[in-house]
Ligand binder design. Sequence first.
Ligand code: ATP
Ligand code: MG
Length: 391
Amino acid sequence: MKSKVILLRYGEIFLKGRNKSYFEKLLIDNIKAKLDGIKCEFLRTQNRYYIEDYDEELTDEIVRRMKEVFGLHSLSVATKVRTDYDSINEAALEYAPDVETTFRVSVNRADKSLDKNSAQIGADVGAYILQRRKGYKVNLHRPALEIKVDIREKGYSYVFSGVEECAQGMPVGCSGKGMLLLSGGFDSPVAGYRMARRGMELCAVHYHSFPYTSEQAKQKVVDLAQVLTRYAGKIKLFVVPFTEIQFAIHEKCRADYMITIMRRIMIDIAERVARSNGCGALITGESLGQVASQTLQSLTVTNDAVQGLPVFRPLIGMDKYEIMQTAEKIGTYKLSELPYQDCCTVFLPKNPVIKPSLDIAKKEQAKIDGLEALVEQAISNIEIIELKPEN
Ligand code: ATP
Ligand code: MG
């Protein structure tokens, strides 16, 4: 008997203390949801999980999926054998490529019924490998290759080498739900990813100025949200018709304050939709100083339009380059790169104010008569798109 298994390790921080079982249950539910459609066994030991009894051709697919689960720390693809010394030796040899290297065999023995202790077994497996691999040298302190043998109870052992990093973070669902202001740019999808990584479930709101922005621009945002479901699970996307409000701003307000006022209205609508959908926070992709609407003064004036929910800006201290790298890593880059215009870019002035004053912004905004009615109308005409992970 010999088969491949995937060994999962979870982050330790959140599993300490009284809430351990709560976090763990969430994590396990999320892992199982990710394994949807794959026939396998999921086993749980004291501090690890194992995925076993699956079609070995699906190993890479399962590994890919597990790397999208927040709360997992690392994984290893291992070989499961019956606990007898020959099988362990043979399995270990498979993890020893035929190139010159220093190595060590580390043994962890939960099964205390064996006649040898861990150190002896390690030495024996090491000797077995040394006889068959020229150019191998034992180095117990800093080996280039470490082969691990984990001898479990019930007569099974796991042999592996190497550890692949997972996404880290906290299991989605443990930190409540956030409303992501999702545009078609590079930043906001990354912001959503970052907060999901801290355990937040996501809803998303997008402002769409049809026909000034195209159907493709909306589809791009739907596609971006769909990518985010890989990490965050189900996402409810609210598409808010924003054209009339943009017209009103355009018609009534000072050109250099148009973006400032648009931002204030966007965040106001987002908060209302958030509250009526159980979201406890707003999330934006703002990064300090990136554009005129993201200076300290601009952020202050935008923030003033929020009644009480916290606004999370996980990218606030990140450079554009780092944001782009993350976008690449999480799979949103190629979509964000598509050229369709966002609603913000349609009605925009050439020279937006860099240091807006709150007083002026409020006065300009007050010039839009019937704004409340426009906002309520936009909210009542929201299109809701429910997205779920496709795996
Ligand atoms: P992004 O790359 O996310 O579009 P950006 O650098 O283009 O960000 P802005 O256009 O100034 O920055 O937008 C700042 C934030 O406001 C965005 O990160 C997003 O959270 C929100 N936002 C902007 N436009 C929209 C929109 N059309 N719908 C929803 N949210 C938006
Ligand atoms: Mg944008």
